[in-house]
Design a protein around this ligand. Sequence first.
Ligand SMILES: [Cu+2]
Length: 343
Amino acid sequence: MIGIKSIVLAAGLAMLSVGAAQAAPAAPATKAVAAAPAATVSQDPMLAVDGAPAMAIDPKVGQPVDGLITIQPQVTPNGQQALWFHNTLLMPVITGICILVLVLLGWVALRYRRAANPVASKTSHNTILEVLWTGIPVLILLGLALPSIGLLQAQYKPAPKNAVTLKAIGNQWYWTYQYPDHGGFEITSNMLKEAGEIGKGERARTAIDGPRLLATDNRVVLPVGVPIRLITTANDVIHSWAIPAFWIKLDAVPGRLNETSFTINKPGVYFGVCSELCGARHGYMPITVEAVSPAVFAQWIKAKGGTMPGAAPAPAAAPATATASIATPGAPAPTAAVVTAGQ
Ligand SMILES: [Cu+2]
């Protein structure tokens, strides 16, 4: 009896865990994570545990997908513009030109082969043809250059004053992050190893954390709908902070600050990797960004011991008020603080 019982129980558990690991991650994943630590920190599952997986992952967004041959779905305006540029202009133009050249080559090879055309034409110039085959490519290039330059300009547009600053620092081989506008606290983000590879006191990756080689122990948390000023630098060699779903890849160079800005317009978990060959464990310093609402971001900042720019002058006097305003559904106050206050 005990044997049958335990087999049934094990089968049930196995099915549950498979369900959690595969499709429909939203409901089971969130529940599983929220269950354990909810009482200690907050009712919001995203803030459940420091560093532990919180927000459920959409396996089709923000990470590589099996069989996908195109660009990841984009969640920033620049990324969406770039994806549009790629899908609507570049690919059709490239495809059209390739097909045209292939057809012309085939036609010339067949029609003007020696057997079909024994006496070759002596024509050496054709003004109309020459103007066309110079002019049309120039027009095509101009048509591509204009949106391309616009996109480049958008990517280098400095962040507005109310932006949230994230400083990403590359190290061999992990990332540290600072939030200079929010009290300057720092978090360290290491890759989560697999169950068989962990050392003493280390936590193994689970399906809820994210894909193998991409999941980290501490996710970078950023607000949605608020401009982010990304600053990168490094402590040792050149690294590169890259998230494909944001259309962001920015080198992190020792002794130098690089800057760009972006706005995430969809909550979710987004994965990236160091994209500059930086040494032996270059492939093991992933990046995980969890994009949350500004209200939840404010909560997370508090949980980390940081301060919101608007709330900075009286950190000791008004913790109760601050908590109350965050707890309010809709929470307009923290949103406003994130958007309007800045340095
Ligand atoms: Cu690196």
